[in-house]
Design a protein around this ligand. Structure first.
Ligand code: HEC
Ligand code: HEC
Ligand code: HEC
Ligand code: HEC
Ligand code: HEC
Length: 225
């Protein structure tokens, strides 16, 4: 009798305990979910880019603003050759007239003159906008025919006072500028990234035939070799 009493008396107390425990573990599950979510966001948005991208420095720094003031334009270093091909990044030939000897006090200039100019060695510049080898790109089509500004694709490098570090994808070796800074894929400026879709979107918008990567029969060979 006494045991049964104990039992009947205990049961409600137990139920109450279960309900309280149920609420607590519900709260715990929700809390765990949010901790897990935040942890995955940190991994995905902060740690993954660290793991995926490595940095390299340019051989020495280069001040565009200073040089554009000295030369007066971009074309003395970035020009079209007579056959219409683009010279791209300048060679020593575009520098030696001024830098045969060290002009100033800067350490970057000293490295440039002593290690490259005086030894006749070309500077191994790292190209931020370099596309994978399978891509065909023509500056003449964009700059001469379509009259586009450098800034639309490259941003404000021409006005900068120093070069940013070069970042590349450890798996593919491709420059980070192709896939962009923002790992979630948001794009604020036209120059934020230059993936296949970015080329194709502009081509579609400006009516460059064939206008869609998906539909044009020869579409692939507009941009691929
Ligand atoms: C005195 C020579 C000189 C002049 C003038 C000059 N540049 Fe450059 N530019 C360079 C050198 C050297 C580099 C190589 C740095 C590098 O690897 O990006 C470079 C790189 C660049 C790049 C980056 C290419 C890449 O993807 O790495 C852009 C864009 C560029 N210049 C635009 C301009 C524009 C726009 C102007 C005119 C407003 C200009 N430059 C004037 C020498 C010059
Ligand atoms: C029209 C003349 C002229 C040409 C062409 C020229 N430079 Fe210069 N450069 C200067 C002057 C002037 C300075 C400033 C020197 C000082 O007082 O420190 C300078 C400074 C520099 C410096 C140190 C400051 C900085 O940019 O970080 C570097 C490095 C340099 N030049 C590299 C180059 C390279 C590479 C080229 C060829 C692509 C080049 N220069 C072409 C005139 C020129
Ligand atoms: C429609 C977009 C677009 C425009 C406009 C454009 N570029 Fe480029 N640029 C590119 C792409 C894409 C590459 C990479 C090409 C490759 O890897 O084959 C590049 C590469 C370069 C390079 C490095 C090339 C090398 O191989 O050494 C320089 C320097 C450069 N551009 C300067 C300029 C300048 C200066 C202007 C303005 C006169 C300009 N670009 C306009 C898209 C553009
Ligand atoms: C902001 C706009 C824009 C972007 C970005 C752009 N293009 Fe273009 N592209 C054009 C325009 C406009 C033309 C047409 C030029 C003309 O013939 O009048 C063109 C023409 C071309 C041509 C020549 C096509 C032909 O049939 O003559 C090639 C190749 C090309 N683009 C490749 C690329 C690649 C590769 C990229 C990306 C790395 C790219 N473009 C990014 C606007 C763009
Ligand atoms: C408007 C220019 C353009 C057109 C048209 C285009 N591509 Fe691309 N494609 C690119 C650029 C730029 C890249 C490099 C950047 C990237 O990976 O997004 C690329 C990359 C690729 C890659 C990855 C290669 C690598 O080494 O990473 C494949 C595969 C590819 N394209 C297939 C195609 C096929 C198939 C078509 C036709 C249906 C096509 N592309 C049409 C510009 C273009």
């Amino acid at each position: 009798m006494s045991t049964q009493d104990e039992h009947t008396q205990k049961a409600p107390a137990d139920d109450a305990g279960d309900v309280a425990e149920g609420k607590e573990s519900g709260g715990f599950i929700i809390l765990s979910f949010f901790i897990g979510l935040v942890a995955m966001l940190v991994v995905g948005w902060v740690l993954l880019p660290y793991a995926l991208y490595a940095k390299k420095s340019q051989p020495f720094d280069f001040n565009h603003a200073l040089h554009v003031e000295e030369t007066g334009d971009c074309e003395s270093c970035h020009f079209f050759r007579e056959d219409g091909t683009y010279a791209g990044v300048p060679t020593l030939e575009q520098c030696v007239d001024c830098h045969e000897d060290v002009l100033g006090e800067s350490e970057d200039e000293a490295i440039f003159v002593e290690q490259y100019v005086q030894q006749g060695r070309e500077v191994p510049w790292l190209i931020y906008s370099r596309q994978p080898d399978c891509v065909f790109f023509s500056h003449a089509a964009h700059v001469i025919k379509a009259q586009m500004d450098c800034i639309e694709c490259h941003g404000h490098i021409g006005e900068s006072t120093s070069l940013k570090p070069y970042e590349y994808n450890r798996l593919t070796g491709v420059s980070r500028d192709i896939w962009g800074k923002n790992i979630a894929g948001f794009k604020k400026h036209s120059w934020d990234r230059m993936k296949m879709d970015d080329c194709a979107d502009c081509h579609a918008e400006k009516g460059v035939a064939p206008s869609s990567v998906q539909t044009g029969k020869d579409a692939c060979f507009v941009c691929h070799k």
